[in-house]
Write a protein that binds this ligand. Structure first.
Ligand code: ADP
Ligand code: MG
Length: 728
């Protein structure tokens, strides 16, 4: 009997929900472990407080002497909350977060000790950079890297450690993390958007990018997860026959949340409250044991930090509830995958959402300006946007027959399509007063009314306008949002900059009025951005054919998609916008390709091991049982035995067929892997892994899954889909 599998099932069936007691209201504990504005007022001198606030609001530099005051305040606060250590917290390109804890404790001689945390320790640290991916930067330049305080994201206490959000850069200044390019992109966006806002309101001084992510995930009992070597090592199932009942009944979505999962969520939400992560909604997702959690949106840099922190907290809280969280985009074949929708908008310091329609024609012209520029940016950079969400795990969603597809397109809804059609017919050149009045009254002026229910119901669009924000849906559930946010903000910032130049040129050279110039440029953009607009169903062949005709890219795999990151166009774009230099773009490309290779390599090894050492031996064991049975029947019935043993004989043959296919495929896969590993050039190696190694996974899986249906359930070693998905 397969002991581990049945032991795990038994253990799971005996679990009870962990009791969660919430003693305080959530609003009372919100941000309790964050060094936020209120806390800073209490623990900082006025000068120190003002200095941090100026850094947050205008990016002003913090003086070194002031940093000493700030660190003292931070130390006092965190010690009062039980912290013993501090850590620079950052997001290296490994995809998780990194911390190295140092104690406040320091000896001062004569057997005495104090708690110390100075400005120097706050502002800069030197973690050992050699253990983080750098894509060749380290070899070319300097071996060391350092972390530097990012005052725009507040410090927080996690466990007993004061965590200070930081950027991670090489000594030559190249970014080694996700945050650095994001901050640069947000700065570029701020600059470009403010310049455009001035057409409409001279008082605007800052534009903030907002991000509201929606995190999808699976919760699997920890014992069940531990019984599957593929889940343990790759975060997904590499084989397993689908359960008789999957998600076809649609009886999970918004159904009642299972008791254990609910206890987990409540516990998690309390942790989030303490850390100032404003989580708001929780619900079941489409697949069994799949859930979603979303916060109230926030400034993008902070929202990115919150998501990275959340993913870490989710793993930790899961341990208390005997769960394992699966963030993988496709943990189970044939079952809905997980994404992380990125809701994105722009807000001015005067409180206006630039992607929300306003009350006056003028504010709606401003809305249209940002709306159309975003569409144009996506149209011109669709390949780069696709590259921003490429990963080995997200290929299972984007490259497969699951929404959203690998083709980038923008959904805007019927009414706004109508508005764009009207604007497309605006007169070339100066507009007559009548035309302008007509536009303002009947086109631009009517936008607020039409937008009340702008949702993309079929939900297959990778990039959809949903009333007052764009929703980038193609982002994968494992992703660090900084990556897509960096690209999106960079391309839109660049687009806004170009827009401003074009409008100014028309005003100056053609002596047009500002409105006329804006209408003219927008009209032009609408004409040029038609290819990216798509309202239909993104599944299947029809759209793929149509998209190919339109010239849209359709990169189904990561190695194909990532190339766009190092096109001359992309490198120049990032350089022009001050987001990444050539070395940074190229090193990121290399890191992501290497990551792809490693993941497929690990999956290949694990699959080979499971197939050969778990599945085949059990199939042989069962086959032996059948052989014994047939021999017995022959003993009893003599030459007539076939009448009674035919079914068994068929099974014996079928099993042999599958075993031999598995063995030959695993051998081929291993050979392909060995060949690939010898290839020096990472691009060719990644392609080999993608097109020669990975396709063999499918046939190995096919034969293993067939065996699952043939072999005695008692013997089967791998916990089955129905057990993983329906035991809770
Ligand atoms: P859904 O997409 O599930 O229909 P909503 O449209 O209500 O749900 O919002 C989803 C997410 O969008 C939430 O995380 C919310 O905080 C975020 N969001 C709402 N408004 C904005 C905005 N202006 N900018 C960025 N994110 C937003
Ligand atoms: Mg959504």
């Amino acid at each position: 009997m397969s002991t581990l599998r049945f032991y795990a099932i038994k253990k799971t069936l005996n679990r009870k929900p962990v009791h969660i007691e919430e003693k305080q209201r959530r609003s009372e504990i919100f941000g309790a472990n964050v060094f936020n504005e209120a806390t800073m007022r209490q623990f900082l001198t006025k000068e120190a407080f003002n200095s941090v606030m100026a850094a947050v609001e205008t990016g002003a530099k913090i003086d070194r002497s002031v940093a000493d005051h700030i660190s003292t305040g931070m130390k006092e606060w965190s010690i009062s909350k039980g912290a013993t250590h501090y850590s620079h917290w950052f997001q290296p390109l490994t995809g998780s977060t990194a911390e190295k804890h140092d104690a406040f404790f320091e000896t001062i001689g004569n057997g005495l000790a104090i708690e110390k945390f100075g400005g120097t320790q706050l502002v800069q640290q030197e973690p050992d950079a050699s253990s983080f991916p750098n894509g060749g930067i380290r070899n070319t330049f300097e071996a060391r890297g350092y972390t530097a305080w990012d005052p725009t994201s507040p410090a927080f206490i996690y466990g007993t450690t004061l965590c200070i959000p930081t950027v991670f850069v090489s000594y030559t200044g190249e970014a080694l993390d996700y945050k650095t390019p994001l901050l640069r992109a947000l700065f570029a966006m701020d600059t470009a958007a403010v310049a455009v806002c001035k057409y409409f309101d001279k008082n605007v001084k800052k534009v903030n990018t907002s991000l509201g992510w929606e995190q999808e995930y699976f919760l699997i009992d920890s014992a069940l997860a531990a019984s599957r070597p593929d889940i343990v090592q790759t975060g997904r199932t590499l084989l397993g026959h689908s359960a008789a009942k999957g998600q076809q009944l649609d009886d999970h979505y918004f159904g009642s949340i299972p008791a254990r999962a609910l206890a987990y969520m409540r516990d998690l939400e309390v942790e989030c409250m303490l850390l100032g992560i404003p989580v708001k909604t929780r619900h079941n997702e489409v697949a069994p044991n799949q859930f979603e959690l979303a916060p109230i949106y926030d400034e993008a840099n902070l929202a990115v930090d919150h998501n990275s922190l959340l993913m870490d907290v989710m793993h930790k809280v899961a341990e208390r509830h005997n769960f394992r969280v699966l963030f993988h985009e496709k943990p189970f074949a044939g079952v809905n995958g997980s994404g992380k929708h990125n809701n994105w908008s722009l807000t001015t310091d005067t409180g206006i959402n630039l992607l929300g329609p306003g009350k006056t024609p003028m504010s709606n012209l401003q809305f249209l300006t940002f709306f159309i520029n975003t569409i144009k940016a996506v149209n011109d950079n669709e390949e780069l946007l696709r590259a921003a969400i490429a990963s080995a795990s997200n290929d299972h969603r984007l490259g497969a027959n699951e929404a959203p597809p690998a083709i980038m397109s923008v959904f805007i809804g019927e009414q706004l399509t109508g508005v764009l059609n009207e604007l497309e017919n605006v007169t070339n050149g100066k507009l007559s007063p009548e035309e302008k009045t007509e536009l303002k009254l009947n086109v631009v002026g009517k936008i607020p009314d039409v937008l009340l229910d702008n949702t993309d119901r079929n939900r297959t669009s990778p990039f959809a306008f949903t009333g007052n924000k764009f929703e980038f849906r193609a982002v994968g559930s494992t992703a660090n949002c900084a990556n897509p946010m960096t690209v999106l903000n960079t391309i839109v910032a660049k687009q806004l900059r170009d827009f401003k130049l074009e409008v100014d040129k028309l005003i100056k050279k053609k002596e047009m009025k500002k409105d006329d110039a804006i209408f003219n440029v927008l009209r032009d953009y609408i004409k040029k951005s038609k290819n990216i607009l798509f309202e239909g169903n993104g599944y299947g062949e029809a759209w793929q054919e149509e998209a190919a005709k339109r010239g849209l890219s359709n990169h189904r795999t990561t190695p194909e998609a990532l190339k766009a990151k190092v096109s001359e166009k992309a490198i120049k774009l990032f350089e022009d916008m001050g987001v990444m230099n050539r070395i940074e773009s190229e090193s990121r490309y290399e890191i992501e390709m290497e990551d792809y290779i490693l993941r497929i390599q690990i999956e290949g090894r694990v699959l080979g091991d499971i197939a050969r050492n778990h599945i085949v031996p059990v199939a042989v064991q069962y086959q032996n049982r059948l052989i014994k049975n047939v021999k017995g029947l022959k003993e009893i019935y003599g030459k007539d035995f076939k009448k009674f043993a035919q079914e068994q004989l068929n099974l014996i043959e079928d099993i042999s067929g599958h075993i031999s296919s598995i063995n030959s495929d695993v051998t081929r896969m291993t050979d392909e892997r060995r060949t690939a590993n010898l290839i020096e050039d990472f691009e060719i190696r990644a392609n080999d892994y993608c097109f020669k190694v990975k396709p063999l996974f499918d046939s190995i899986r096919y034969h293993c899954d067939k065996l699952e249906l043939l072999v005695d359930d008692e013997l089967w070693p791998m916990t089955k889909y129905r057990e993983l998905l329906f035991t809770n």
